[in-house]
Design a binder for this molecule. Structure first.
Ligand code: GCW
Length: 678
């Protein structure tokens, strides 16, 4: 039985003797020089892997000397002088967390400056075996392009997970700090295998209790367990914690007593966790307290915390997801309007964490206009790995496709080629601090992520965090091979499903630039009719504005002018309803139902056809998957098959509800080919 618990670290048995014999030479005798907890972990991982590959038949032998062994795991400083000389100056290109996987005179040398680099190199070596690479010509020197590569857990003290769809929180507060569950170790292994080096373990809608000794002790236990895997702990800071925990009359960041409180609190945290990474803060958003409460700016708030963590080398990740229903402008303008003028006023250990799009993790959004707009303030990316608005972990949708679209978008900040990926890897503006965060999709489900295939999103996030320009086709292919099988047909078919899945989902949920038409509050399923409830920016009608005249949000200068937050190059294409790619049409324009589009169809017909196409796409995925039976273990095959029943019926639900709802306004009939709503 295979329930998916082992993620992409399945280390499945080799398919035949020839393959097994080939890799056996490299796995049987391994030299690991040096000693450290991380080197112990490397050794353990090689044993786990060998047990899997060889079906318990072969176990690696380890020695400290390099002698006759074919595989060496060795810090670059410990390499024999002769080999150092042969490897030459390239050796110095291996940076702190980097590694070099190098085939050399029939041997494989895994070398790095640090033990964490060796751990990453070992995982790269195992991946090469898992994906059946030939080892003779290996020459892979890799350094991460982004420094802080974090998961953000939105986990609460009662173990519910905000927007979590894979069970409860894996953090068992009740048993911590004394019990370190094996799942924490497997979590650390999985993260280290993809280069994640930080985790913020608590919800951004934070509870100040997480900062009390009782919980700091638990956080410390996790930090101790994760340290040898190169993973640091970060905590969310509730802005009014001084008032809640110690009855201070205010949390004003300019108040000296408040500043002293945070300094003391920070010192206390570091006494538990000496390498504590720093704070993640959601302030002044969706009811969370923040500097606005005291007439202060986001920079005032962030800088106060930055000063507290600075002596210990910590950072502050300050979220830009700040908006307010009382601000009369278009919600999607607000973060830019507020943060852009603050550029250059943040301390250098602050990094502003910006969601990929200006609204909120929709199936498709244009990139956030802050990227490229804050040359003097390091910005980090926040992606949502959990699928709040994309089927909530029951739909198969490959998020890497969507992330690539954002990462490769051109901000034009310094002319053509100023991609978002270059903003966040720091190369565009010379940021000294770089980072990326993914809101975790992990829970207590046996397979961690609800949908077996949602593991791919966790995996891809790590890979893109390491290199935001990485090839997502390869990422998908590697993940499939490591997780399920190297069968050529299986990999080709499943990869095609993955790579087409995002466009399919967008078509059946929010085609043509529609957004936030999900049901209220829980965001599951369609709800274009959602209105009222006291807060306009949480209604669907605010975003689609459908009437008999037309549909869409005018964000040109005739409307909210959010378009002006982008480079002039974008104004030219996005500003013109006839030139804008149809994917973004209703995001930026309000158009009449009978408007003729570039496809030759009018808007209503195009919308109906796209919803239909989305449904057909989901059915196509399902039928392709049906052909995979027998190619992988039955348990996971069936798990995915049953989830397709959900996905297809929900795709139909979306199409039918949205078309029936919008038809009241368009007053046009459904075009041929679109099924009648059930
Ligand atoms: O996506 C929205 C979610 C909230 C979340 C918020 C945020 C943590 O609906 O549940 O709160 O964004 O990112 O802060």
């Amino acid at each position: 039985a295979n329930d998916g618990y082992k993620l992409w670290l399945q280390y499945l048995p080799f398919e035949n003797k020839a393959v097994s014999d080939y890799y056996r030479d490299y796995l049987e005798n391994i030299s690991i020089s040096g000693e450290s907890p991380t080197l112990d972990i490397i050794q353990k991982e090689l044993i786990i892997a060998s047990k899997g590959f060889f079906d318990q038949q072969v176990l690696p032998e380890f020695s400290k000397t390099t002698d006759s062994n074919l595989t060496w795991i060795i810090r670059s400083e410990d390499l024999p002088e002769e080999i150092k000389g042969k490897l030459g100056t390239k050796l110095s290109e291996v940076k702190e967390e980097g590694y070099w996987l190098k085939s050399y005179q029939g041997k494989i040398i895994i070398t790095a400056k640090t033990d964490i680099g060796l751990l990453y190199g070992t995982f790269a070596f195992l991946k090469a075996i898992q994906t059946r690479e030939k080892l003779e010509n290996l020459d892979r020197l890799e350094n991460p392009k982004i420094q802080k590569r974090l998961l953000n857990h939105w986990d609460n003290l009662n173990r519910t997970v905000e927007r979590g769809y894979a069970g409860f929180s894996i953090w068992n507060w009740h048993r911590l700090p004394n019990h370190i569950d094996q799942q924490y170790i497997d979590y650390a292994r999985a993260n280290a295998s993809i280069g994640i080096n930080g985790t913020s373990i608590f919800n951004v809608n934070s509870n100040a209790l997480i900062l009390t000794p009782e919980y700091l002790e638990k956080a410390k236990a996790l930090a101790d367990a994760f340290r040898p895997y190169g993973i640091k702990i970060y905590l969310t800071a509730r802005f009014n914690a001084p008032m809640i925990l110690d009855s201070l009359p205010t949390a004003d960041p300019q108040d000296p007593a408040v500043q002293v409180w945070w300094k003391k609190k920070t010192k206390e945290i570091y006494s538990y966790i000496p390498d504590f990474g720093g704070f993640l803060v959601k302030a002044d958003s969706e009811g969370q307290p923040g500097p606005h409460n005291y007439g202060r700016t986001q920079a005032d708030g962030a800088n106060m915390l930055a000063d507290a963590v600075r002596p210990f080398g910590g950072i502050v990740m300050w979220r830009a997801f700040v908006y307010n229903e009382k601000t009369p402008t278009d919600r999607i303008r607000q973060a830019y309007d507020e943060f852009k003028p603050l550029d250059g006023t943040f301390r250098d250990n602050v990094i502003v964490q910006v969601k990929n799009g200006p609204l909120d993790f929709q199936p498709r959004e244009p990139f956030h206009p802050l990227f490229g707009a804050m040359p003097k303030t390091p910005l980090m990316m926040e992606f949502q790995i959990t699928k709040e608005y994309l089927g909530q972990e029951t739909h198969w949708v490959n998020l890497a496709t969507m992330w690539r679209e954002i990462l490769q978008s051109d901000t034009y900040a310094k002319g053509k080629g100023s991609t978002v990926s270059k903003v966040i890897d720091g190369s565009l503006h010379g940021y000294k601090l770089t980072g990326i965060a993914g809101v975790a999709n992990i829970g207590t489900d046996r397979n961690w992520t609800g949908h077996q295939t949602a593991q791919a999103d966790w995996y891809a996030f790590g890979k893109l965090a390491w290199n935001p320009d990485a090839n997502i086709d390869e990422i998908a292919e590697d993940w499939l091979k490591m997780t399920f099988s190297n069968d050529v047909d299986f990999v080709a078919t499943s990869k095609e499903i993955m790579l087409r899945s995002h466009e399919i989902l967008v078509n059946y949920m929010t085609p043509l630039g529609l957004h936030h038409i999900m049901a209220r509050s829980h965001h599951w399923g369609p709800g274009p009719w959602v209105t009222g409830g006291g807060r306009e920016d949480w209604t669907a009608t605010y975003y689609h504005k459908a009437s008999e005249e037309g549909i869409g949000f005018d964000r040109t200068e005739k409307g909210s002018n959010a378009l002006a937050q982008y480079a002039p190059e974008w104004k030219k294409t996005w500003g013109d309803a006839d030139k804008i790619p149809l994917e973004y049409l209703l995001w930026f324009h309000r158009v009449s139902w009978d408007k003729k589009l570039s496809t030759g169809n009018n808007l209503w017909t195009e919308m109906a056809l796209r919803y239909q196409k989305g449904v057909e796409g989901a059915r196509w995925m399902q039928s392709q998957w049906a052909k995979m039976e027998g190619k992988i273990d039955q348990e996971r095959y069936e798990h995915i098959s049953s989830f397709f029943k959900i996905q297809v019926s929900e795709a139909e639900w979306w199409r039918d509800s949205c078309l029936l709802y919008f038809q009241q306004f368009s007053k046009m009939t459904l075009p041929p080919g679109v099924e009648k709503p059930k």
